[in-house]
Structures are given as C-alpha cells and as structure tokens.
Design a binder for this molecule. Structure first.
Ligand SMILES: O=C(CO)[C@@H](O)[C@H](O)COP(=O)(O)O
Ligand SMILES: [Fe+2]
Length: 223
C-alpha cells in the first residue's frame, strides 16, 4: 500500500449498481474499498453481509477489501468474511468479549486485523495487543451512518495513536473514518492518519476521479 491510501466507503455508493460503482472508483484511483457492515444492534442501521463481499469478488474486483464490522458478536462473522475474500477485518473492542482471540482468528485466517475506536472510547484496549494489530481505525463520527460531520476531538486521538505506533516501531496503519472531506483531510493527515475512508466525499460527487484527485492534492500539500 502507498504511504497514503484512499478508501472509498461503499455506504454512499448506488447499491443497485454496486459492482460498477466499485470498478469506477478503483479506475478513478482508489486504493482499497471500505465495506461498512452494520447489524441494527451494535449500531442503529442495517447494511450488508459477507455475500456482498463474495459478489464483488465474483464480479472481478481484486482490490483489497477493508471490512469494518459494526456488529456484535463479531466471532462468527469473522470466519464468514474471511471466506468471502476480505483482506482487512476491523471490529470494535466493545463489541467483542475475547479481543485477543478475535484478532488471532482474523490473522490465522490470512487477513489483516484492525481495532476500531468510537469518538468517546479511549485507546486502552490496545494495551496488551498492539503487536497483534495491523490497523487502528479511529472513528471521527459516531458509527452507523455516512454523511455526518467530522468530530474535531478525533485529531487529538490521531496524534495519540500516531505516537503509540511510532514508539512501537510496528508497521500499523492508522485509518480515519467519518466526515473526511477535501477541506479537512490535510489537517487529518498532519495529525497522523495514513488511510482515509471517504464515503460521501467521493460517491456523493459526479466525477470520482476529480474527487479522489482533490483529496490527494490536499495530501500532497500537507506540509
Ligand atoms: O463507518 C462509517 C459510519 O459508521 C463510515 O465508513 C461512513 O460510511 C463514512 O461515510 P462519510 O462520513 O465519509 O460519508
Ligand atoms: Fe466505516
């Protein structure tokens, strides 16, 4: 993966044409595809399951699929998403009883494992498992819906997570999710993020290439 990765969230895509939408956004320069899995239990919304991941693979999508689980419990779905071809599987520590076991389950299944932190959650859950994590995902909105406004306190938490990662020397990606736009991505990158989920900022635009180029231009102008 390149130093900065753009991960369009399909939550804002046209679900009636999902395969084409994902192809188009990849042709427009997306690095990975972010899939928001919601169960109407952990979050008050209901979206997609592993069948959609399988369908995208059958459609010919070979790009990395980044699955963001907003479900509880997570255990069974991990196996289903591994079988469906997910490359990254991230879950919320508070949605899972045996955190260490879930991380192992993902890694033994051949995918990269991520932990997700809600806007009001501390990073304490990383204390004993940092070496088992490939990705830290910080939510900059409350999970459940696309199109919300970026919560500014996520910037401090990004700086804190960036310090943790740098001090550990581990190759952990730092992903930000929620309300990422052209007018704030530069500030978010400065705070330490390297992977940027964007739903409405990309799929909400007519020209996906212009949207992704616009985000990248801001990243290049970061310093
Ligand atoms: O996980 C979530 C929401 O729970 C996100 O992935 C959103 O889908 C991002 O959408 P935008 O805020 O970029 O529109
Ligand atoms: Fe997400």
């Amino acid at each position: 993966m390149q130093p900065y990765a753009i991960a369009p969230s399909i939550l804002a895509a046209d679900f009636a044409r999902l395969g084409e939408e994902v192809s188009r956004v990849l042709e427009a320069g997306a690095d990975i595809i972010h899939l928001d899995v919601m169960d109407n239990h952990y979050v008050p919304n209901l979206t997609i399951g592993p069948m959609v991941c399988t369908a995208l693979r059958r459609f010919g999508i070979s790009a990395p699929l980044d699955v963001h689980l907003m479900v509880t419990p997570v255990e069974r779905l991990i196996d289903d998403f591994l079988a469906a071809g997910a490359n990254y599987i991230s879950f919320h520590p508070d949605a899972c009883v045996h955190l260490d076991r879930c991380l192992q389950q993902i890694k033994e299944g051949g995918a990269k494992a991520g932990l997700v932190f809600n806007p009001a959650s501390s990073l304490d859950a990383l204390d004993y498992v940092l070496d088992k994590v490939d990705l830290i995902l910080l939510m900059s909105v409350n999970p459940g819906f696309g199109g919300q406004r970026f919560i500014p306190s996520a910037l401090d938490k990004l700086r804190q997570a960036r310090r943790l990662i740098d001090e550990s020397g581990l190759p952990i990606r730092l992903q930000i999710d929620g309300g990422v736009k052209q007018d704030n991505i530069r500030q978010i990158a400065r705070a330490g993020a390297d992977t940027f989920v964007a739903g409405t900022a990309i799929f909400g635009q007519k020209d996906y290439r212009a949207a992704i180029d616009g985000l990248r231009r801001e990243l290049e102008a970061r310093d």
